[in-house]
Ligand binder design. Structure first.
Ligand code: ADP
Ligand code: MG
Length: 256
């Protein structure tokens, strides 16, 4: 059974159509990479999967259930962005715990002075502390638990963002160019880290990038997008050895 099905998704912004009749099935546990140049519609598609943007037409289906009208939280997805989007006033530990605390105290985000309240709850809840410790050690963040994001490197910040995504045990991970702000060495390191997380959790990952190397080394399946139109949907090996058209061949750099 497909974990995720996208059926005839189109998206317009005003007069401009940016996604053209996109359909794909993603099996449970797949690592799907949406690969394409800047402006090809990758982020828009990911946001439609997440429930952050409505499609103009078509259906988003999770586990055979149409989720078009469900919020990101109801869809039970975790999102990791290019910018780390951490709370600067909370420590690493508190940042990681935040989604769990939000689940428990759904009205928190309306309360001013949230960080003071957050600290008290994080400090007092043993099961939250244990879960945070678990994902922190998985991502080798233990020694930074009490630091604020301002005192971390880019790679460490992105590890915190991954830990925070992991902690709610979501049904699906959606990542939008999470490594783009990092230097080449860190990018390679974190690539391995994310692949390890995928293997460890066995969850479905949808990963957006414009980087062919990331796609080829991380994906189990790749969708290549160009101007909102699918050029090919296949395994990395198939795409490399049998590119569907000259656009794909040139983009991937396959042998002629
Ligand atoms: P990618 O992530 O592949 O770079 P995007 O999905 O961000 O591409 O954008 C695809 C196209 O849609 C681009 O031409 C972009 O300018 C346009 N677009 C994205 N978001 C909006 C928006 N909120 N309003 C208008 N146009 C948008
Ligand atoms: Mg984008």
């Amino acid at each position: 059974m497909a974990k995720l099905s996208l059926r005839n998704i189109s998206k317009r912004f005003g007069d401009t159509q940016v996604i053209h009749d996109f359909s794909a099935d993603v099996d449970n546990g797949e690592f799907l990479v949406l690969l394409g140049a800047s402006g090809s519609g990758k982020s828009t598609l990911l946001r439609i999967i997440a429930g952050l943007t409505d499609a103009s037409a078509g259906d988003v289906i999770f586990d055979n259930l149409r989720v078009n009208r469900q919020s990101p939280r109801e869809r039970d997805v975790a999102f990791v962005f290019q910018s780390y989007a951490l709370y600067p006033h909370l420590t690493v530990r508190e940042n990681i715990a935040f989604p769990l605390a939000l689940d428990r105290f759904k009205t928190w985000h309306h309360i001013p002075g949230i960080s003071a309240i957050a600290r008290r709850i994080f400090g007092s809840s043993k099961d939250i502390a244990e879960q945070v410790a678990g994902v922190s050690s998985m991502l080798e963040l233990d020694e930074y638990a009490n630091r604020k994001p301002g005192g971390l490197s880019g790679g460490q910040r992105q590890r915190v963002a991954l830990a925070r995504a992991l902690i709610r045990n979501p049904s699906m991970f959606l990542l939008d160019e999470p490594l783009s702000n990092l230097d080449a060495k860190l990018r390679a390191e974190l690539r391995g880290e994310i692949v390890r997380l995928h293997k460890l959790t066995g969850k479905t990952f949808v990963y957006v990038t414009h980087d062919q190397v990331e796609a080829m080394t991380m994906a189990t399946q790749i969708v290549i997008l160009h101007n909102g139109i699918v050029q090919q949907h296949a395994t990395p090996q198939e795409i490399y050895t049998r590119p569907a058209n000259t656009y794909v061949a040139r983009f991937i750099g396959s042998p002629p």
